[in-house]
Design a protein around this ligand. Structure first.
Ligand code: NAD
Length: 431
């Protein structure tokens, strides 16, 4: 294999510019892994470039009779391993750079857990909170129509992401099915259960975070029953991770959401916190089972395990030095900035990176697609057992790569993923 050329070598970002754009943030890790692998320059060029970028204008009639045009995106980063897979995001600030980065992350995430998918991502620049259900339905159907040649159960399979949910996926499935003249459940995952959704999909990402945390605790020889934990973000990922970790004996001392953080030296009752959030318009604000602290204090708290499960770049050059946890399990996508990686590693903290730690969701999406194609339904026990096996095998592979290459677990996960896609690409060949 040819040595990588100088121009893609990792360069230290400037020390204070902590917020890289998402594509640069992905590339800074990709470059480090490519260099360690000695990736062929030609293959490097192929893997860094998205294979397809589609931008559409979507005109729809609003409820008040006016016509509005929305911008929609779908980026297929890679279909080397199989049909591409990735969510569709509805948000006011979605842009092509963000979608490109997220699509590439999906390629590496699917590759690291060894499921036969490439990576993609989509988005529509809109504010779903300001739109009626009817407007969102028309927008979703029109977007699906425009993407009919991109999507397909053997081509590109969307899923929910920020601002979209199972309801939106049902519209994608229905519109696509009408256009191809047959019911095609496997064109999209994250659907409602009655429409071919999978048991266990809702809890799948939080469950995967729990599996990653328990696997990592075993490596650093800590018994879950003696371990304390703080979790940032109490939405889908954070609250299920908290609940499942607590069920395994881990003491959850701190939790948080956008309203602030909540701390209890004697441990928080997660069932109570979830019930409180559900009865309080989805927020922990005013939760009385704990003392109020700030999100920054939560990140720096004296716990064994920290689970960032809210948003990107929350661990950065300004606070990385203050982190006391021995283990970080990344439930969120991109919660640690590229610059903070180095500080965290120097402190000897083990980080189970996002593309491995939160891959439980895409793994169960894969099971949903399999079940749709088989016309069969798995019980919950089978879903959980198979997902745990896939995630644990991936964990072991990444852990071994970390030791072999003497890198962080993050770079090791990129090494495993890039190596797999590169080898597959070499076999498939190009023009
Ligand atoms: P969610 O909307 O259900 O929950 C997000 C939580 O984070 C909420 O409790 C919110 O209040 C909190 N939050 C937002 N901003 C915050 C801040 N500044 N400080 C502290 N808390 C804050 O979202 P989710 O589905 O749980 O996703 C969380 C993260 O996990 C995202 O990065 C997402 O991309 C990633 N992720 C989710 C899935 C999935 O299946 N849901 C899969 C893979 C990765």
């Amino acid at each position: 294999m040819q040595r990588p050329e100088e121009h893609y070598r990792y360069r230290e970002p400037a020390p204070i510019k902590d917020k890289l754009n998402p594509f640069d943030s992905m590339m800074s890790r990709f470059n480090l892994a490519a260099e360690k692998l000695g990736l062929d320059q030609g293959v490097y060029n192929v893997l860094k470039s998205p294979s397809k970028q589609v931008i559409v204008s979507i005109p729809i009639t609003m409820d008040d009779g006016t016509r509005k045009v929305f911008e929609g995106f779908r980026v297929v980063h890679s279909d080397v391993l199989g049909p591409s897979k990735g969510g569709v995001r509805f948000a006011p600030d979605v842009n092509i750079d963000e979608v490109k980065a997220l699509a590439a992350w999906m390629t590496w995430k699917c590759a690291v857990v060894d499921i036969p998918y490439g990576g993609a991502k989509g988005g529509i620049r809109c504010d779903p909170r300001q739109m009626s259900a009817g407007e969102i339905e028309r927008l979703t159907r029109a977007y699906t129509q425009q993407m009919v040649d991109v999507f397909g159960p053997d081509k590109d399979i969307p899923a929910p992401d920020m601002g979209t949910n199972d309801r939106v996926m049902a519209w994608v499935m229905d519109e696509y099915s009408k256009m191809v003249g047959k019911t095609e459940q496997a064109v999209v995952t994250g659907k409602p259960l009655v429409l071919g959704g999978s048991l266990g999909r809702v809890q799948a990402t939080g469950r995967g975070v729990m599996v990653a945390a328990l696997n990592a605790l075993k490596k650093i020889k800590l018994d879950p029953a003696d371990v304390t934990c703080a979790i940032q973000g109490f939405g889908n990922v954070g609250s299920y991770a908290a609940q499942l970790l607590q069920e395994h004996g881990v003491e959850i001392l701190g939790i948080s959401d956008i309203s602030g953080a909540y701390w209890n030296d004697s441990g928080i009752n997660i069932e109570e916190a979830i019930a409180y959030r559900n009865s309080n318009r989805g927020t922990l604000e005013g939760f009385s089972g704990a003392e109020a602290i700030t999100n920054e204090e939560l990140l720096a708290a004296k716990v064994d395990v920290l689970v960032p499960a809210a948003k990107e770049d929350v661990i950065n050059v300004h606070n990385a030095d203050k982190i006391q946890a021995r283990l970080i399990v990344e439930g969120a996508n991109g919660p640690t900035s590229a610059d903070a990686d180095k500080i965290i590693r120097e402190k000897g903290i083990l980080v189970v990176p996002d593309i491995l730690a939160n891959a439980g969701g895409v793994t169960v999406s894969y099971f949903e697609w399999i079940q749709n194609r088989l016309g069969y339904k798995w019980d919950l026990e089978r879903v959980n057992r198979r997902s745990e096996r896939i995630l644990t095998e991936a964990f072991e592979k990444v852990y071994e790569a970390m030791r072999t290459h003497d890198v962080s677990m993050r770079i090791a996960s990129y090494i495993v993923a890039i190596d797999k896609v590169a080898q597959t690409y070499e076999y498939r060949g190009g023009y």
